[in-house]
Ligand binder design. Structure first.
Ligand code: GTP
Length: 363
């Protein structure tokens, strides 16, 4: 069984973090998003993954190579953005062997039972099956209306208030019969959601498979932090890597994960919901909670980081305050006593010497 993973988006909503890496290499609970997905596919009998790559393709190839978790990994390279549908057409030579295949938005982490999804698809007998997940607010997603047999009657992309036919939304995970490739025009960007699914629904060939459990897409910073917290909660407790030095007067609160070679100074309190990657250094008297700290970052004495994302090798000096929703790009420096409020983001390698108290991007 094959799976095509869409891995080529620009990830603009996760800038500045996505300026220096593809979205699928962002760490969630200290593992790149793509690793969570590949492991789960391997556990459900997928043997080959086709990665549809475009933006920063080389970084993906360098990280994954030809095989991971016993999966063969093939790359379908695009010269220009092809949206969510175009990559399926582009990769058709890998996918037209007669059997159905999975398609996944690569920025989604879920514990869906792929085997059951496939069984459902085969029993339903349609050309395509979408995995559906119930959310409280469907306005950011594609909401569906099902008939009594699980067939999708209607598909409403990003419904306005009152427009959503249900709270069941497209989870970005599909099983497609190879015939669906014929519904996708060649050589241009195509949106599966607005161009392909409505057509299949009209023909009665589109089914919906509802699942529960874990489902989160990391497309925007709040959801990225939420994905991190959800996965830490599942891992449960505090996980500490090799060679970590935690001062006896420091505390790490669960759920949190501390990577290899991390140093945590006296009276610092880390957690809950913190993923601290390898070789991060945290000084004395710091407070870090609900945050993602990328590898090699330095957090100076008496600094506080709450609900924020701190990029690779970024440097927060002493008495710095980083508030909810702030994002610090790789290699940026935040100088002594600076406060960055909610919604501030700092581009890679920038130096911030004065506090910023309203949402703004430092370019
Ligand atoms: P934003 O720019 O923040 O909207 O992110 P994005 O570019 O990743 O777009 P979106 O979140 O809508 O993408 C959903 C999934 O499709 C992600 O896994 C993307 O990597 C993937 N994707 C989006 N556009 C393309 C594309 O042109 N080619 C490929 N191969 N994948 C894409």
């Amino acid at each position: 069984m094959k799976a095509l993973v869409l891995a080529g988006g620009f990830g603009t909503r996760l800038r500045p973090l996505s300026c220096t890496r593809p979205k699928l290499l962002l760490p969630v609970a200290n593992q790149p998003v793509i690793d969570w997905t590949l492991r789960s596919l391997a556990e459900h009998g997928v043997d080959t993954v086709v990665l549809a790559v475009n933006y920063m393709a080389e970084a993906m190839v360098r990280y994954l190579g030809p095989t991971k978790f016993n999966l063969g990994i093939l790359y379908s390279r695009e010269e220009r953005p092809l949206g969510t549908g175009g990559p399926i057409r582009k990769a058709e030579s890998f996918l037209r062997d007669g059997d159905p295949f999975f398609v996944l938005n690569g920025d989604v982490i879920s514990d869906i039972d792929y085997s059951r999804l496939l069984e459902f698809h085969e029993e339903a007998g349609g050309l395509a099956t979408i995995a559906l997940y119930e959310v409280p607010d469907p306005s950011r997603y594609g909401a569906v209306e099902l008939d009594g047999k699980g067939r999708v009657r209607r598909f409403v992309e990003k419904p306005r208030p009152g427009e959503a036919p249900s709270n069941l939304v497209n989870a970005g995970i599909y099983v497609l019969d190879p015939k669906v490739i014929d519904y996708i025009p060649e050589g241009r960007a195509v949106s599966t959601e607005t161009e392909v699914f409505p057509c299949l629904a009209k023909e009665g060939q589109l089914y919906g498979f509802e699942f529960r459990g874990l489902w989160v897409d990391i497309g925007v910073p709040e959801d990225y932090l939420r994905a991190n917290a959800l996965l830490l909660e599942r891992e449960n407790g505090v996980k500490i890597g090799e060679g970590v030095e935690v001062d006896p007067s420091a505390e790490v609160l669960p759920p949190s994960i501390i990577g290899e070679g991390v140093k945590i100074g006296g009276r610092s309190v880390i957690g809950p919901n913190c993923a601290i990657a390898d070789h991060v250094e945290i000084g004395v008297g710091c407070r870090v909670q609900n945050s993602i700290i990328f590898s090699g970052a330095v957090i100076g004495d008496f600094t506080s980081v709450k609900g924020a994302i701190i990029g690779e090798n970024a440097m927060l000096e002493r008495w710095v305050k980083i508030e909810e929703g702030a994002i610090i790009g790789d290699h940026a420096t935040i100088c002594d006593e600076v406060t960055l409020t909610r919604g501030v983001s700092v581009c890679p390698s920038k130096r911030v010497e004065e506090s910023i108290l309203e949402p703004r991007r430092v370019m």
